[in-house]
Design a protein around this ligand. Structure first.
Ligand SMILES: *Cc1c(COP(=O)(O)O)cnc(C)c1O
Length: 378
């Protein structure tokens, strides 16, 4: 078999050496001196993590919280948005099921409505249609930046501008954009950002980050608070933290946190703009190569496209394409309708093959992957 070709940074990417060394090194240290002493030895780096992510995400260090996944970040942020009967929540058509389900569920529970913002002809969120939908009953607009099932990049800044005209909060699911694109709260103007370590950032699994802008924090009601998010000050009294860390809980994997911070430092050192260009070049090369194959359809909508490349092969189930590519050393995944039900249903798709080349994939490997797909086509 040839050198493996890894095209799944949208699933769980390959951490660089710097990340591995941090995680494994810290686990070894914990085994020598115990977790508390080991953590204290790295306190400066752990504290610096908030500054590193603030730099990466265009926020202030006290606007950053660490969690154990993008989903956890999303759930704690969403749960903290006050919602009552008659309120409205808007969400994007390409919303991830892990966000859509909690929105639908909580709306049903409190008597709010959950409504979808349609996509325009290009497939990105329709900002004009959003403006039509907005009124002061809209408390939250939830937007997926880059969906799990396509190369689309949604216009986050335009959505935030429109939503803020009626005072709605904007929650950006940046799980698929952090680490491959610049994602900056100060530039996009969104109130809340959620992301993971394991995908484009090349960090460890079981890590997540949350940005809560200060102005938004004052309007949130975080509920799942422990002794880290608040201090027990008198027998019947406690005081909540005022920064984003109110969303954290005390216990976490320190090794993974250090690995996550190392991954962010690594991305910053390479340059997020450089990464965007390198990923974009590879994705375009892959899309172009696939589009030229008979029997293969590229399925990425949108005006602006990023590093996720999705396609179908006529008459061949996506799982079979994935398995045949795996036999040739090419790692891709399958995205099924239930992960992004509205978007897939509208486009008449039950499943797509998802290939997501990071900058460490050589252009020649992209071409080899295209050749491997051509051998799957009937
Ligand atoms: C993967 C993904 C998530 C969830 O990330 P977890 O790491 O599973 O918490 C959220 N949104 C999008 C768009 C994703 O692709």
């Amino acid at each position: 078999m040839r050198n493996p070709i890894f095209l799944d940074s949208a699933g769980s990417s390959l951490p660089p050496r710097e990340v591995l060394d941090e995680v494994i090194g810290h686990l070894r240290r914990e085994a020598e001196v115990g977790g508390y002493v080991a953590a204290r030895e790295r306190q400066d780096d752990l504290d610096d993590g908030y500054r590193v992510f603030a730099e990466l995400l265009g926020a202030e260090p006290d606007e950053v919280a660490f969690t154990d996944s993008a989903t956890r970040s999303w759930l704690t942020a969403f749960d903290a948005v006050p919602l009552a009967a008659g309120d409205r929540v808007l969400f994007s058509e390409a919303e991830y099921a892990g966000a859509a389900i909690p929105i639908l569920r909580r709306a049903r529970e409190v008597g709010a409505t959950a409504e979808v913002v349609p996509s325009d002809a290009s497939g990105q969120v329709d900002v004009a249609a959003l403006r039509e939908l907005l009124d002061e009953r809209v408390k939250l607009v939830s937007l997926v930046h880059v969906p799990t099932n396509s190369g689309l990049v949604n216009p986050a800044r335009e959505v935030a501008e429109a939503a803020h005209e009626v005072g709605a909060l904007v929650l950006l699911d940046a799980c698929q954009s952090i680490g491959q694109l610049p994602v900056r709260a100060d530039e996009l103007g969104v109130d809340l950002i959620t992301g993971t370590g394991r995908k484009w950032l090349r960090g460890p699994r079981g890590t997540g980050v949350l940005v809560v802008r200060r102005e938004a924090a004052a309007r949130l009601r975080p509920r799942l608070i422990d002794l880290h998010g608040a201090e027990w000050t008198a027998p019947g009294e406690f005081r909540l933290r005022e920064d984003a860390r109110v969303h954290e809980i005390w216990e976490s994997s320190v090794a993974d946190r250090l690995g996550l911070i190392a991954a962010a430092r690594y991305a910053l050192a390479r340059g997020v703009d450089v990464i965007e260009r390198e990923v974009g070049e590879r994705a375009r090369r892959l899309r172009g190569g696939l589009a030229a194959l008979p029997g293969v359809a590229v399925r990425d909508p949108g005006v602006r496209k990023a590093g996720i490349v999705t396609f179908t092969v006529d008459g061949v189930p996506a799982s079979e394409v994935r398995d045949r590519l795996a036999d040739e050393g090419v790692t891709v995944t399958v995205s099924t309708a239930s992960s992004t039900l509205l978007d897939m249903t509208r486009r008449g798709l039950a499943e797509v093959v998802r290939a997501s080349p990071h900058y460490f994939v050589e252009p020649a490997q992209v071409d080899q992957a295209v050749a491997a797909v051509s051998r799957c086509a009937p």
